[in-house]
Design a protein around this ligand. Structure first.
Ligand code: FES
Ligand SMILES: [Fe+2]
Length: 362
């Protein structure tokens, strides 16, 4: 067995120093998805995001609001309290807060001091998603929310799901950026043997990184073959783009077609998958997924089959990266990792995440 020389190990460590990892501070001044729209209603809904406890609900008028999940009196979680109209009444000693976070009533005294309350956070709903800004509220700019027009298009159908992921969000971004792992981690679900060695190209623009892989010709795995009618064909094409859009969002877009047919007349089948990464802590993450397709829009059977197959594959990511996280926890002075050419967009992503985190620390 050959182990890398001291020089190589040192070079690897130097490179790794520039990249975000599980110990890098989380980026606060950014839009993240806090919940699916359907999760927020007239109940107090708690979720910890970026190490902050948040409680969310809808006012009687239907507006989604987010507040710090902590009573200003003795820190009782407001999510374990109850709603009275648009107000929350703390479940411990009854302090009452309005939906702007202002303390408006104290049961044990007539006077309620003005100007005291709890933090509120800006929420914006787009399509099925609710975005939150947990950093400096003055910097929350709605125009910076990543756009995914297909989520609201009638030309697209989608299915969605959620995983609580026992790993950090940096590793998940890296996982999504280089789908070489499809051949191995997903050998029994969405991967094919030829995927890892297929040609690829990269696009590296500050804050927007892409890896485009062209697997042509190939044979499609059942989830794509059986749903597009290309099953069993050895001339299928699979053109996949992995795209980092923000610290909280990665999109995978794939086109499938029969490469033996004339390009002007053949049908192309497209899918998009929004991989929505919302750190809970440095070691855990909320993993929301929306998977869209531009074909078989009303076919419930295809939708159910795709959902089952794809979410089985995403479960493999969650389990695989959960296992990886345990190894990262054990890393010591002998730890090093080497990168290869196909890692370049993932490395660029990690360098960008670290830079963003460091800018906030300043
Ligand atoms: S902790 Fe909420 S009222 Fe006392
Ligand atoms: Fe995966």
């Amino acid at each position: 067995m050959t182990i890398p020389t001291v020089n190589i190990i040192e070079a690897c460590r130097k490179a790794a120093d520039k990249m975000a990892n599980k110990d890098t501070p989380l980026i606060l001044n950014e839009w993240y998805v806090a919940a699916f729209k359907s999760e927020i209603g007239r109940n107090l809904f708690a979720r910890k995001i970026l190490n902050k406890r948040v409680v969310m609900y809808r006012t009687l008028e239907g507006q989604a609001v987010a507040l710090e999940d902590r009573c200003a009196h003795r820190s009782f979680p407001l999510s374990k309290s109850h709603l009275d109209g648009n107000n929350i009444i703390c479940g411990y000693h009854g302090f009452k807060y309005n939906s702007s976070g202002d303390l408006v009533e104290i049961p044990s005294q007539k006077q309620c001091p003005h100007g005291i309350g709890i933090q509120t956070y800006k929420l914006v709903e787009t399509g099925p998603l609710v975005w939150i800004w947990l950093g400096d509220q003055q910097l929350a700019d709605e125009s910076k929310i990543p756009q995914l027009p297909w989520l609201e298009s009638e030309q697209w159908a989608s299915t969605s799901g959620y995983f609580f992921h026992p790993g950090n969000y940096v590793s998940m971004h890296e996982n999504l950026m280089d789908l070489t792992h499809l051949t191995f981690l997903h050998a029994n679900t969405i991967g094919t043997p030829d995927y890892a060695s297929a040609p690829y190209k990269t696009e590296l623009k500050e804050g927007h990184y892409k890896l485009i892989r062209e697997v042509v010709p190939t044979t499609l795995s059942p989830v794509w073959g059986e749903t597009t009618g290309l099953a069993g064909k050895e001339t299928a094409a699979r053109i996949a783009t992995s795209e980092f859009l923000s610290p909280g969002l990665h999109q995978v877009s794939v086109s499938f077609y029969d490469s033996a047919l004339d390009e002007n007349t053949r049908q192309t089948f497209k899918i998009h998958t929004a991989h929505i990464l919302t750190p809970q802590t440095n070691n855990t993450m909320h993993y929301f997924i929306v998977h869209g397709r531009d074909f078989a829009l009303d076919d419930e059977h295809i939708e159910a089959f795709m959902h089952e197959q794809l979410f089985a594959a995403f479960q493999e990511d969650v389990e695989g990266l959960g296992a990886l996280e345990e190894v990262l926890d054990d890393r010591d002075q002998y730890h090093f990792e080497i990168s290869v050419a196909s890692d370049s967009p993932a490395v660029a992503t990690r360098i960008y995440l670290k830079k963003r985190a460091e800018q906030e620390q300043v």
